[in-house]
Design a protein around this ligand. Structure first.
Ligand SMILES: Cc1cc2nc3c(=O)[nH]c(=O)nc-3n(C[C@H](O)[C@H](O)[C@H](O)COP(=O)(O)OP(=O)(O)OC[C@H]3O[C@@H](n4cnc5c(N)ncnc54)[C@H](O)[C@@H]3O)c2cc1C
Length: 417
């Protein structure tokens, strides 16, 4: 019988692994516990708003090469949209000031010498201090390393760090933020152009992948939770679950692409990040004036990023463990008040939906980074020969992101031969 690769989990990591293998002509079986794919990155119909929404606003950058490669593979490159250059509009709710940070395309950061392209009242030399992030050690945190850069810190570094790391800058790893910036802004504006789905996350990143997999003969099993992994002599021999009893034959491979807490349950002894941060999204049936990018960064309120999408306005609050227990209506009212201040919207709050992703990502702190396993982890001191791990929590060198998850899936797929 031909060898098969069993992939557990159809989030970005699992789909990236599955499509990379299917493209190579490998036999793939995808086991997903839910009735749908996408995991933490998906869209669905919301009955209250009577429209499709994303579980959360997700932003990619043109420099996310693995994500762009994945989209090209599944034939979905043209489903993304965004401005044609790296432009980031900011509104300060406290002072009422607004400005656009506009990067030039080339690697030479000429924009930092142009007062109208950079943060108001900042100086070109402030931006040179961003190089501190390149020299950051494993225990350096964003705020301690960069917090003295006034006003650049509050007006640019802090909001970027919270969005990129989903961790408060007092705790977040400076080295990890440095890694994100090196791959995007550090390569010039052409690598930092914001990209997001024209329609929804599933329409861009999930549905075309499933169609690709079906067309390549992959077996997709939904409602197929894997509950136990049988291991004999350092080799996986069986996958079992309520709807699964699957022998793993010699030559078969298993890619475990679940979130970290599930991976640790299935593989006792596996060390994974065990602290998480929430992301809250509030979606309103409302419109805001179109801006140059399709989104705005808000400073000084509860809402952090605002995305305009047809007749829905969606706001994101990251690193939100301290807000996750706030009652949904109270949260929506607070955020609506921010939107009113920023865009002069009416007093009456329209229909809304609050989506709380409690374990949106692992906390990107130095201590948690040390718990990220590699693709072929040691478990209780030994390796499992036919196992690879994938997922945003593995040691990708990036925070928990679509780009990191896709890279981890591609790395796992390369191990299958
Ligand atoms: C609200 C929000 C906003 C975000 N914003 C951004 C952003 O702007 N930019 C960005 O790049 N990233 C963003 N992220 C992060 C990004 O969504 C994740 O890093 C990425 O989707 C993780 O993919 P994954 O495949 O590693 O894990 P998951 O998406 O968690 O996928 C794991 C899959 O495994 C399945 N599974 C679990 N247990 C089992 C089992 N026992 N058997 C079978 N299947 C199982 C799950 O159902 C799931 O489908 C955001 C995340 C959230 C939640």
């Amino acid at each position: 019988m031909t060898q098969r690769t069993h992939i557990i989990g159809a989030g970005m990591a699992g789909l990236a692994a599955a499509t990379a293998l299917a493209e190579r002509g490998e036999r793939v079986v995808l086991h997903e516990q839910a009735r749908f794919a996408g995991g933490r990155c998906r869209s669905y119909h919301d009955a209250t708003l009577d429209c499709r929404i994303n579980n959360g606003n997700h932003l990619l950058a043109s420099g996310n090469h693995a994500a762009m490669r994945y989209l090209a593979r599944i034939g979905a490159s043209d489903t993304l949209t965004g401005p044609d250059r790296a432009i980031f509009p900011f509104i300060d709710l406290v002072s009422g000031a607004s400005w656009n940070v506009r990067l030039n395309n080339s690697r030479l950061p000429l924009w930092i010498f142009r007062p109208k392209a950079r943060v108001p009242h900042s100086h070109a030399r402030d931006y040179l201090a961003l190089r501190r992030l390149d020299r950051a050690g494993p225990d350096d945190r964003v705020q301690a390393l960069m917090g003295d850069l006034d006003p650049l810190y509050e007006r640019l570094i802090e909001p970027l760090a919270i969005a990129a790391l989903n961790t408060k800058p007092a705790a977040g790893s400076a080295a990890l933020l440095g890694a994100v910036l090196r791959e995007t802004i550090g390569r010039g504006g052409a690598s930092a152009i914001p990209r997001y789905p024209k329609l929804g996350l599933s329409e861009s990143l999930v549905d075309p992948a499933l169609a690709f997999l079906r067309a390549h003969g992959a077996e997709l099993r939904f409602g197929a939770r894997i509950q136990a992994i049988g291991i004999d002599d350092h080799t996986i021999t069986r996958l079992t679950g309520p709807a699964t009893d699957e022998p793993i034959r010699p030559g078969d491979h298993v890619i475990l692409a679940t979130p970290p807490w599930i991976a640790a349950d299935l593989l006792p002894g596996l060390i994974v990040p065990d602290q998480h941060e929430a992301i809250l999204n509030v979606h309103f049936r409302a419109g805001i004036p179109p801006g140059p990018s399709g989104f705005y960064a808000l400073l000084g309120g509860a809402a952090e990023w605002v995305f305009e999408k047809n007749d829905v306005v969606s706001i994101t609050i990251s690193a939100a463990n301290d807000k996750v227990d706030i009652d949904a209506e109270a949260l929506a009212l607070e955020v609506w008040s921010d939107l009113r201040r920023a865009f002069g919207l009416p007093r009456t709050m329209p229909a809304y939906r609050v989506v709380k992703e409690k374990r949106a990502t692992f906390a990107a702190t130095p201590a948690q980074l040390r718990r990220r396993p590699g693709t072929t982890p040691l478990i209780n001191g030994s390796m499992i020969t036919n196992l690879s791990l994938a997922g945003d929590y593995t040691a990708t060198g990036l925070p928990a992101t679509i780009e990191g998850a896709i890279r981890s899936g591609e790395t796992a797929a390369r191990r299958v031969n």
